[in-house]
Design a protein around this ligand. Sequence first.
Ligand SMILES: NC(=O)c1ccc[n+]([C@@H]2O[C@H](COP(=O)([O-])OP(=O)(O)OC[C@H]3O[C@@H](n4cnc5c(N)ncnc54)[C@H](O)[C@@H]3O)[C@@H](O)[C@H]2O)c1
Length: 370
Amino acid sequence: MSRHPQLRLKWACDVQLDKARAAAKHFGVPEVTDDFMAIVKDPEVDLIKIATTHEVHLPIIEAAAQAGKHIFCEKPMAMRDDEAYRIMRAVRTHQVKLCVDLNRRMAPALQALKKAWQAQVAAPRHSAWRYMEQQRAMLPEEDHTHLLIRIQDESSSYGLGHLDPLTGGGEIIGESVHWLDLACWFFAPQRPVEITAWGSSRLSHGIHLKFSGGDSMTLTFSCFGTFDYPKELFEVTAKASLMRSLFFVENNYYGIPGAAAETFPMQHYSGKIKDEGFDAYLRKYEERTKDATKGLKQLEQDEPFLVDKGHKHLLDAFVQAILLDQPSPCNELDGFISTYLAQRAIESIELRQTLPIPVEKITPCIGGRF
Ligand SMILES: NC(=O)c1ccc[n+]([C@@H]2O[C@H](COP(=O)([O-])OP(=O)(O)OC[C@H]3O[C@@H](n4cnc5c(N)ncnc54)[C@H](O)[C@@H]3O)[C@@H](O)[C@H]2O)c1
């Protein structure tokens, strides 16, 4: 935000004032407070970014919306459906724009993956050497797409606040909302109809989400991994092809004649390696860490190193939406649906059951709109 040409930062707020001061110093923000109402009451403020723990999104959004401020809210939008409904009502009643930072839908690599998948589904291309027993029509369930999302993470990096049931709620609500939202964006206009989850709602888990057209997403989230290898891998299988995205830096397409690999630049990288792609990413990471004496957290602050997960593009799209009075790129309904799906996944784990996603639940009539 501090680098965005159309934004000027005025306030940094944290109930722990020393953190607000540190952020203000780092990003060149003139005013500091420990009371978010000081910002809500400031007539010069147009947009409030919320990056607190999850449980205070609702009171801040209700106050900000009432004061006519637009809101950029960190994910998850809320911890439960009832809170999310109240957020929807506040935003719609006061006609402000809200964007939830579910940024993966804006990642260039995932936008390219979706485009390639749509092209393959619309007009399938196959290699001449494709193995087929005999020419025959597809059975109905052979005609679907599967999206596999593999997450590996290192749980020792999690603050306990993220696992606290009152402030964080665990990794499904805190993190997997990203990939639940991504699957809904990927398969839209299909809607999610059924969810099955297993494992621990707090740490490692799996989720299977089925869509109205028969397509589906499986997420596997392991907390037993390492920061020394990329966290996110996406693999789409459809119409006798496999399309994959390796950690936002490289896409590969198999079974589609002529489809070349694509590489994507990192959002932040200041080292010497000029190549792009997955192998180059691993070399860049090694270059950065091999002689490091400080921890990764400090390194992040001193030299940002980040693949393009869509953060900048989502912020930019939201700023344009405000300036041009256009729809938010990830609005309160998207925030509600990802919250609700996470909540249903947790219930599915607790009940050890597959659960329906009723259509009336994800198309709510709130604030006179749906
Ligand atoms: N979209 C993404 O890709 C992405 C990435 C990382 C983190 N996040 C989200 O960012 C948020 C913050 O994560 P974090 O790791 O920095 O958490 P954190 O717990 O380190 O920081 C949260 C801060 O909020 C402050 N806070 C709590 N209540 C407040 C209030 N009423 N007013 C002002 N400040 C208050 C706390 O004092 C704390 O400093 C989380 O919601 C997380 O899910 C999103």
